[in-house]
Design a protein around this ligand. Structure first.
Ligand SMILES: NC(=O)c1ccc[n+]([C@@H]2O[C@H](COP(=O)([O-])OP(=O)(O)OC[C@H]3O[C@@H](n4cnc5c(N)ncnc54)[C@H](O)[C@@H]3O)[C@@H](O)[C@H]2O)c1
Length: 270
């Protein structure tokens, strides 16, 4: 039987992380680097990508590469995955579909009452949060299957709001909100996880992380209500997600596919 260290080891593996310049993307990159992998960060913010790349310290033979890509554009996604194939010599091991329109984005008709939510923004959110993971996973499949390494893992990043409905009272008196499109896209991503898992098995595994709210200095009024509502009494911090990334990426989770790992401090328990 192999040791835990052997099972978590990703030496020689390549991972692609979308939204790689964001909070969770950078944490996932740091985690995979600690496990020995090399990482491609994809995002639409060039300067943030470069800054992220420069923030990591690498061991021998490890690399962090960056790709500028707006996931709202199909042609940009296709070009980006061609770049992934060139960087990795056609052999990819891990895909993390993490980029998303999130609740703090300043978009037209987004964090506003239902009656004011924009149909155009609803569709744009589905494009980035759901259609892009579909296309990226589809285009990366040949790269995941192109090698004999046992690590072939897709991880989707979903949300508690893809599982349960919102509590709008949380947002009263703040500029935060909980748009319908976000919830629908994250629920769709969970089901896409199950569908893909059945379709690409047994060679490739596909799993999902259902994440609760992450602390980012939110409005104190919001924080107070959130802390009261969640059994563990606090929001998540990035570090809370490292174990899930390490587990689902590597051979530690070899017998798990199509599932969701729920990291929410107990939010969805009651
Ligand atoms: N922060 C939370 O409280 C929370 C809770 C549950 C789930 N999540 C999920 O975690 C994931 C990461 O969120 P985060 O908290 O790191 O947010 P973040 O805003 O820090 O990161 C999101 C990244 O996605 C990128 N992105 C957005 N649209 C893009 C596009 N069209 N093309 C390319 N890149 C694009 C952004 O530039 C950003 O770098 C998301 O899927 C989010 O839904 C976050």
């Amino acid at each position: 039987m192999r040791t835990l260290n052997q099972l978590q080891d990703l030496t020689g593996c390549w991972a692609l992380i979308t939204g790689g310049a964001g909070h969770i993307g950078k944490m996932a990159c740091q985690t995979l680097l600690e496990q020995g992998a090399s990482v491609i960060l994809l995002d639409r913010h060039h300067d943030a990508l470069v800054a992220a790349k420069e923030s990591f310290s690498l061991s021998n033979h490890q690399k962090v590469e960056v790709i500028d890509c707006d996931l709202a554009q199909e042609s940009a996604i296709r070009a980006a995955i061609k770049s992934v194939a060139e960087i990795t010599s056609g052999q990819l091991h891990i895909v993390i579909n993490n980029a998303a329109f999130v609740g703090t984005d300043k978009l037209t008709g987004w964090c506003v009452p239902f009656e004011q939510q924009s149909f155009e923004t609803f569709n744009a959110c589905l494009d980035v949060n759901l259609s892009a993971p579909f296309l990226i996973s589809q285009l990366c499949l040949p790269l995941l299957k192109a090698h004999d390494h046992a690590v072939k893992s897709v991880i989707n990043i979903s949300s508690i709001y893809g599982v349960v409905g919102p509590q709008m009272v949380m947002y009263e008196g703040t500029d935060m909100g909980n748009p319908a499109a976000y919830a629908a896209s994250k629920a769709g991503l969970m089901q896409l996880t199950k569908w893909m898992a059945c379709t690409v098995a047994p060679s490739v595994r596909v799993n999902n992380i259902v994440l609760g709210g992450v602390f980012r200095g939110q409005d104190p009024a919001f924080l107070e209500k959130y802390h009261q509502r969640v059994p563990l009494g606090r929001m998540a911090i990035e570090e809370d997600v490292k174990g899930a990334i390490a587990y689902l990426s590597s051979q530690l989770s070899n017998y798990m596919t199509g599932q969701s790992l729920i990291l929410d401090g107990g939010w969805t328990v009651h």
